[in-house]
Design a protein around this ligand. Sequence first.
Ligand SMILES: Nc1nc2c(c(=O)[nH]1)N[C@H]1C(S)=C(S)[C@@H](COP(=O)(O)OP(=O)(O)OC[C@H]3O[C@@H](n4cnc5c(=O)[nH]c(N)nc54)[C@H](O)[C@@H]3O)O[C@H]1N2
Ligand SMILES: Nc1nc2c(c(=O)[nH]1)N[C@H]1C(S)=C(S)[C@@H](COP(=O)(O)OP(=O)(O)OC[C@H]3O[C@@H](n4cnc5c(=O)[nH]c(N)nc54)[C@H](O)[C@@H]3O)O[C@H]1N2
Ligand code: SF4
Ligand SMILES: [Mo]
Length: 672
Amino acid sequence: MESVRTTCPRDCYDACGITVTFDTDGSICSVRGDTAHPVSRGKLCRKCTIAYNGVFLDTRARLTRPLVRTGPKGSGSFREASWDEALALVASRLSAIRNSRGGHAITYAHYTGTVSLLAYWFPMRLMRRLGATEIDPDTVCNKAGHVALEYLYGTSVAGFDPRTVRDARCIAVWGCNPSATAPHADEHWLGESRCVRIVVDPIRTDTAKRADIHLQARPGTDAALAFALLHVLRRDGLLDRGFLADHTVGWDEVEDEVARCDPDWGESTTGVPAALIVQAARAYGNGPSLLWIGQGLQRQPRGGNLVRAVGLLPAATGNLGRPGAGFLYLNGAASRGLDESKLAGLDVYPDVPAPISHMELADHLADPARAQALVCFNINIAASNPDQERLREALLREDLFTVVADIFPTDTAECADVVLPAASFLEFDDLVASYFHRSLSAQVKTAQPPGEALPNMEIFRRLATALGLEDAKLHESDASLIDQLLAATGTGLRFDELAVQGTVWRSEAPEVQFEGLNFPTPSGLVEIASARAERDGHGRVPRAEFDIPSGGDLLRLISPASPWLLNSSFSNEPKIRKRLGPQTLRVHPSEAARRSLIDGADVLVESATGQLRVRLEHSDDVPPGVAYLPKGRWPKHEPEQRNVNVLNPSRPSDIGASATFHATEVTLSPVG
Ligand SMILES: Nc1nc2c(c(=O)[nH]1)N[C@H]1C(S)=C(S)[C@@H](COP(=O)(O)OP(=O)(O)OC[C@H]3O[C@@H](n4cnc5c(=O)[nH]c(N)nc54)[C@H](O)[C@@H]3O)O[C@H]1N2
Ligand SMILES: Nc1nc2c(c(=O)[nH]1)N[C@H]1C(S)=C(S)[C@@H](COP(=O)(O)OP(=O)(O)OC[C@H]3O[C@@H](n4cnc5c(=O)[nH]c(N)nc54)[C@H](O)[C@@H]3O)O[C@H]1N2
Ligand code: SF4
Ligand SMILES: [Mo]
């Protein structure tokens, strides 16, 4: 038995190292954690251990042949076709639309189904060449935070190097739940650090349970909480006045508001006891301190302002530019020397229509004047977008020509006219750049794709050929793309050498975030006051704004990550489905009692956009006023063919027009 190293390319902070072993016939025997990998240390998460040895290897569960629709839209009736026939059909329809309406009438949606670099970025070259309209990918996930941090620091993708934790005294994890979304960072990085650990989350997550200080702020009140912390830091002489004077602009424009936001005010607006606010501020102020800004934090109507306000903390305390200090939202591939824009063809195909937000997707697809065709890859919009019912109606439009490439027959694939079977990460070479660690890893081919499935790159090369497009950029080979990327990293490694090592770091020692204190803002300073934000129609400075609880019968629904699913992935894994049971909504026992709802009852959840029957569970981990129902179920596997996103509206955030999944108001009532 031989084994091969590879890397998990799911949309997950951890980017675990994997060891694949083989049976004597060369087929995959097991997919396990790589014992030599610094992050996974021989263990994958529970969901991947099950799914990578289960549904990923089960050819009956996979898409293995191109499919062409035969029955009504959405009915799941297809016939198998050859690649030539399927791609000829796609090419003729897309060409006809381009000729009659222009490329912009072709819409494409894609995201992080895989974050391996080629499979994520390369298909964009063809879509850009066609002049198609992109659905701005981050608007379904984390755009508000990106734009907010760009205003403040000039970048959202140059986070701290997690290895710098050895020099830190305090870590604040703000609106992030690594116990589900980054299980190894949670267990090892956070769990083994000797820092004071502060967690800010309305839910008592497993990460919050292990924290030294849990600030259980009401959802949508984090900006007020940040200002209350700043108040204490200022009052207790823990601000870094020198840093503020030399490296920031606009502190004077927020200082009066900071002075007003005392801990008692903080308690009344956020629900966090004043004494805890003081304790947390002192722990953070007694740095060096790290701040992990979660993506969950900003899925709020005021998500942009929240992140701008929370983002003040490192600047106000001088927790930047030195070991053990800084903030992390994401670490982009640029910190590995990689230029994703070239991979996506931004340099060769710069002129494309302005992208539109996922929050407009249902409207956009419903309108024949705007959308004639839809191409989806690496995304499952029918499960994961808000406004599920209206989006599904739009997807069922007879005259919307829809092409979906996926590895599994998702709800989105079932709404397609043509389905293209994609290879999984076990079946092609690629590179993975973790968005937490500043590492670089090899994704190594360990098996042939089942049936006729193909990697995204080959699908889009063949589609380019079918469209008669011979541009060299659309036909570059994977090997050549990987070579170019590796050359840019400065590691000096060839792919086969990287594959042996699995994962490498560019520098031996931890890197210092913003070393030299040059911030890529227009002024080169941290822009607490941002003229760019003002020009874009937002406040010049972050404000101590907060959402007021709706009260009455309304609960605020939060639908974050489940530890058993990865977005909508693995929702088709039988063992995981069994383990998960019915969709279960958790509320505080007091809220259940008010409504006379017993633990284990079936209840109807209703919002302005829809309703859903779920199992009810009482839980002290959820505060009064909040309801908790994780994301990620495949609608078609549920009794009502819907999931939590039937309840969530397409309400855009204040900044970045991105999703506000954790702010939906719902009522609960007994069923039957
Ligand atoms: N209620 C609620 N909804 C949410 C969120 C929330 O917090 N609450 N979060 C949102 C967020 S943060 C995100 S990122 C979205 C993501 O939501 P999804 O789009 O559901 O994301 P994934 O499940 O990661 O991947 C999408 C698809 O990519 C496919 N895929 C994997 N590898 C490949 C490949 O190599 N090629 C091709 N063609 N396909 C591949 C997978 O099989 C999967 O069907 O969901 C959003 N939806
Ligand atoms: N197991 C698993 N891992 C995943 C994913 C998955 O679906 N499953 N998804 C991946 C993706 S695409 C992403 S973007 C990341 C997201 O990773 P995270 O940033 O961890 O995102 P979420 O799980 O959406 O939310 C994190 C926490 O934010 C809290 N929260 C909600 N509203 C507020 C608020 O107003 N204030 C504060 N302070 N907290 C709030 C929620 O209670 C939740 O515990 O995880 C990735 N990893
Ligand atoms: S999903 Fe995350 S924790 Fe699970 S194996 Fe992949 S990288 Fe590791
Ligand atoms: Mo995401």
